[in-house]
Design a protein around this ligand. Structure first.
Ligand code: NAD
Length: 365
């Protein structure tokens, strides 16, 4: 069938909106008509080839839509069901079986390989194969095919125009806090980066009952917004040493910390901001090969834990409905981060995310 898609063709070049041919869903695939898709920083860094996904490619990995067709072996959803799309995982490795599909041993090839496991791509542009299956979904297309394990069924009245980002950016920040750091009421936490991921982490920290919530960013308007949504303190590191400031606010170091920037020199700042036996998490992405220094002599004495967290270490079919329930009860107002754009304006959405003007752009079809 013919679909309209935004195609990444070269690093740092705008996506090109084209008509492509989409093939039929395979026996264990679900064909989904997209209603909306979030735009994540990871789409931009893959367009720019920090990770070598083959180009041309249809990116997009925060899709939400309605099931159009199902393959012969699909049992969990039917045409007409509303779904949020989640990253691909194999379902059979020890990590998947143990409830950690974000660490699936095939995660990289299934989500960044640019094709199905059998090497086929679902999109064609004339005779040219266009890389697909980005995060198992390639949601910058009006219709796409997704492995059954990558769809999360939601209620018939679910607001699909805001839910797509739960499949990546929002579950990444919220899951790092709720599934990995697990701060108790009264805890202190410092979060570096107030993009969509850092803000989702902040909303989860508020919901967890953290009473000292310090947000660090170089964009003042984002810090102001963080205060509106629950930050108790904000720091702009341009002019203030964030580590010293956190130590002063917390009386020696935070209980928990999160780095959503992926900036090489921020990771050591995040670690240095922790108090004794604190727990920090890295979620921000850096180019492969990026190294950050550690003073292991001093750190040994602190009893710290540092976790590397992918996709909030969630089981999407369990965690995304939980976040939707928390949102419905007013405990997780992630919709405040979203700004909508028409699909035709997708490059504007990328630019606004990059400049900091928009926290979580969502394109609607
Ligand atoms: P974003 O670009 O909107 O947010 C990053 C924020 O970091 C920006 O507000 C920026 O101003 C701030 N920043 C930059 N330099 C800083 C500094 N020196 N100190 C403090 N703040 C600084 O991006 P996002 O959508 O929130 O995503 C955050 C990161 O998470 C990206 O690297 C993205 O690729 C990554 N990510 C990881 C996963 C995962 O599974 N681990 C999933 C989704 C996204």
């Amino acid at each position: 069938m013919k679909v309209t898609a935004a195609v990444a063709t070269a690093p740092e070049q705008p996506l090109d909106i084209r008509e492509l041919e989409l093939d039929d869903p395979r026996p264990l695939e679900v064909q989904v008509r997209l209603v909306a898709s979030g735009v994540c920083h990871t789409d931009a860094i893959v367009r720019d080839q920090w990770y070598p996904v083959p180009l041309p490619a249809v990116l997009g990995h925060e899709g939400a839509g309605v099931v159009e067709k199902v393959g012969a072996g699909v049992t969990s959803v039917a045409p007409g069901d509303k779904v949020v799309l989640a990253p691909a995982s194999c379902g059979t490795c020890t990590q998947c079986i143990g409830g950690h599909p974000a660490y699936c041993t095939k995660f990289y090839e299934l989500n960044f390989g640019g094709a199905r496991p059998d090497g086929s791509t679902m999109f064609r542009d004339g005779d040219t194969a266009v890389a697909s299956n980005f995060f198992g979904q390639s949601s910058f297309a009006s219709v796409t095919n997704v492995a059954e394990r990558g769809v999360v069924k939601v209620a018939d009245d679910a607001p699909l125009d805001i839910l797509g980002p739960l499949g990546c950016g929002i579950q990444t920040g919220a899951g790092a806090v709720l599934n990995v750091l697990r701060p108790g009421p009264g805890s202190s936490i410092v979060i570096f980066g107030t993009g969509a991921v850092g803000m989702a982490a902040m909303l989860a920290a508020v919901a967890s009952g953290c009473t000292t919530i310090i947000m660090v960013d170089i964009v003042d308007s984002r810090l102001e917004f963080a205060r509106e949504l629950g930050a108790t303190h904000t720091i702009n590191p341009r002019g203030t040493d964030p580590v010293e400031a956190v130590k002063e606010i917390t009386g020696g170091g935070a209980n928990f910390a999160l780095d959503s920037t992926g900036v090489k020199f921020v990771f050591p700042q995040m670690v240095a901001s922790l108090g004794t036996r604190g727990h920090g998490a890295l979620v921000g992405a850096s180019p492969l090969g990026t190294e950050a220094p550690f003073d292991i002599g001093t750190l040994l004495l602190t009893g710290l834990t540092v976790s590397m967290v992918v996709e909030g270490d969630s089981v999407p079919q369990e965690f995304i409905p939980k976040l939707i329930d928390m949102h419905a009860r007013g405990l997780f107002p992630f919709d405040k981060l979203v700004k909508h754009y028409a699909f035709a304006d997708i490059n504007e959405a990328f630019a606004d995310s990059e400049s900091g003007a928009t926290l979580k752009p969502v394109v609607t079809f």
